[in-house]
Design a protein around this ligand. Structure first.
Ligand SMILES: [Zn+2]
Length: 504
């Protein structure tokens, strides 16, 4: 089985997760579930970035130790990801011993292989505590970090260890041009290429006397810079440097936000090149969830909390809305009006309605037993074609298109019900035609349950359960769908899948 190792950015432990975090995790989870459906051996990693300076501040404000603070935050994040049905196989925290020893091992490996790439120098610059990095003039607008316009930049001067990033610009440009280092979407790749063409400056990889972090090997006065530390989580989760780590490494996909491509597409690959390690195959940089045109973030003010969004219609509806409406490529808006409209039109009136009427008719006309398959119908042709389009979209991480195709096929199936009018066929005792229509509908619903599962896993499971299928949903692969037979399945009365709130 082909392995597929994917990761999300690990989250800062300085505040509760918001919708921006949720979009990234739900998108990555959708990709992970899709690749399982493809029959790949998926290893899906998520985790926490726990050594940031903001952790010290947040812990102090709460009157607890940094250790107590990160434990508390890890529990909070883990609980949200459980609610959002994230199916990660591993959860790494950068305070874990397995991570710390990998960080030290990578640093030692660079030091052995490229001793000139590490050196000590004085550094003076403007530091953003939101990004946990020194900002270059191009990253500053109106005296503030572009990513964190509400935070003040802190003038900082200290002696640091440096990594000779400037030596890797040309090599990275070649690797991107040759496709060995893929960055998608293209708009993000072009941004990275521009940064590389402008020339790279060496980066500080330590901070002086920071009481929370990994001590710099051989220099106890210095702590490893949080970003250098954090990026290595993707490697430490593979067991590096123990033999066998390359069963997972290199990562097949890093999912990150568009604001941290410099770290993932420049600094991280350069670190790996310096250590003679394989590069990640693809970095996917998604856009932001916007609320009234501004980025959803802690510092920009939490306009709508993740728990409120979850309470509205449950986790599946939120997952669907984020991926269908906000999208996983460009920035997208979150509004209650759009959420309500999508829920009502796509999930309740289209998909939910199709499942409900299809199963009810099998119950009413065929004593709940699905009649023998019919070979052909306009719906069957639409359904076959959709499997191909869906596969191409999902392979290209076009999650918005994947979700759209699911609802489009449900719409087509609802039209098929109107066109064939099964109630008339029943009245006329046209058994052959009625059998064919019902079998076609149930087979389409079954396929839709499978294809919607990466987006709405719990609802897909409920539908699958009501279909009385002869095997568990988790055992079905994309390749099985074209010839899926539903003959003899015993359907149950469908649960109310997407109930509409009572009008007040
Ligand atoms: Zn910043």
């Amino acid at each position: 089985m082909t392995k597929f190792y994917l990761t999300t950015a690990i989250d800062y432990s300085n505040g509760d997760p918001h919708l921006g975090h949720a979009l990234e995790k739900v998108g990555a989870d959708c990709i992970a579930r899709y690749h399982r459906l493809r029959g790949r051996q998926v290893h899906f990693l998520m985790g926490m970035d726990e050594h940031s300076q903001s952790v010290i501040q947040a812990a102090a404000r709460a009157g607890v130790s940094p250790r107590e603070w990160v434990d508390r935050m890890a529990a909070t994040f883990a609980d949200y990801w459980r609610q959002l049905e994230c199916s990660h196989d591993d959860w790494i925290r950068t305070t874990e011993p397995r991570h710390i020893r990998s960080v030290v091992a990578l640093l030692e490996r660079i030091r052995q292989r490229r001793p000139d790439d590490l050196y000590v120098a004085d550094y003076e610059g403007l530091y953003c505590t939101g990004c946990e990095e020194f900002k270059q003039p191009s990253q500053i607008a109106n005296g503030h970090c572009i990513e964190h316009p509400t935070l003040d930049l802190i003038p900082t001067k200290e002696r640091n260890h440096f990594f000779r990033l400037s030596a890797y610009g040309q090599r990275l440009l070649q690797l991107i041009a040759s496709g060995e280092l893929r960055i998608e979407p293209a708009i993000r790749r072009n941004e990275v290429v521009r940064l590389l063409e402008d020339g790279l400056q060496d980066v500080s990889i330590s901070r002086q006397r920071l009481p929370w972090g990994i001590p710099f090997p051989g220099d106890p006065e210095q702590t490893i810079y949080v970003w250098f530390d954090a990026l290595i989580n993707y490697l430490s989760a593979t067991g590096f440097p123990d033999p066998g780590y390359d069963r997972l490494w290199p990562a097949d996909l890093h999912v990150v936000g568009k604001g941290i491509t410099r770290f993932h597409c420049i600094i991280w690959p350069a670190m790996l090149l310096a250590a003679d390690l394989a590069l990640p195959r693809l970095v996917w940089a998604h856009g932001y969830v916007q609320w009234e045109g501004t980025k959803m973030s802690k510092t920009a003010g939490t306009a709508v909390s993740l728990s409120t969004a979850l309470e509205r219609y449950g986790a599946d509806a939120l997952r669907y809305f984020l991926l269908r409406e906000v999208g996983f490529e460009n920035d997208g808006n979150f509004t209650w009006e759009r959420f309500d409209a999508r829920y009502s039109a796509d999930l309740a009136d289209t998909f939910g309605n199709l499942v409900s009427r299809s199963l009810s008719m099998v119950d009413r006309y065929r004593a709940a037993s699905v009649p023998a398959d019919s070979s052909d119908s306009p719906l069957e042709r639409a359904s076959q074609e959709m499997i191909g389009t869906y596969t191409r979209a999902m392979d290209a991480i076009d999650l918005q298109q994947g979700a759209t195709l699911v609802i489009e096929l449900a719409t087509r199936a609802n039209r098929f019900v109107e066109e064939t009018a099964p109630w008339k066929l029943a009245k006329a005792n046209n058994d052959t035609a009625l059998d064919s229509v019902l079998a076609n509908l149930v087979r389409t619903v079954a396929r839709l349950a499978v294809l919607s599962a990466p987006f709405i896993p719990a609802k897909a499971q409920e539908i699958w359960g009501a279909l009385g299928a002869n095997r568990p949903l988790a055992d079905v692969r994309l390749a099985d769908l074209a010839t899926l037979s539903v003959t003899g399945w015993k359907v149950a009365k469908p649960p109310p899948l997407f109930p509409k709130p009572e009008a007040d």
